[in-house]
Design a protein around this ligand. Structure first.
Ligand code: ZN
Length: 122
């Protein structure tokens, strides 16, 4: 069956994982990646996950405020987009409708960054 690697997103055979990697869901190949690169993938996943949640909490918002300052411009852009969305409408319900009415710019950004896929349709 193998084991899921949360970095490359593949299901890989067990021998591709160290004991520690198995626990952390990181395969041997991904474990060798530079730290910044790994962090970037993890943070991107983290930001996408906020949109999958039914609500973006105050705690999530504080975390996003930190990610906005990331040296990684892609992470910073994703974080600023989700942060603005969270400030307009933290709850997922009716979020896209409200954005379509009040913040079309944010809706467009969600589409451009691919974040809309994490959110799901109307
Ligand atoms: Zn991997």
């Amino acid at each position: 069956m193998g084991h899921y690697c949360r970095i490359c997103g593949r299901s890989r055979p067990n021998e591709k994982f160290t004991r520690k990697g198995h626990r952390n869901h990181i395969c041997k190949d991904c474990a060798k990646m530079p730290k910044e690169e790994k962090e970037s993938i993890e943070q991107e996943e983290e930001i996408f996950n906020y949109l999958r949640q039914s609500n973006i909490s105050q705690k999530n918002i504080s975390r996003l405020k930190k990610l906005v300052d990331s040296d990684d411009s892609k992470i910073a852009e994703l974080a600023v987009t989700v942060l603005e969305v969270a400030l307009v409408k933290p709850h997922k319900k009716r979020r896209l409708k409200i954005l379509a009415k009040e913040r079309r710019d944010l809706l467009i950004k969600l589409e451009e960054t691919g974040l809309i896929v994490a959110h799901g349709g109307f």
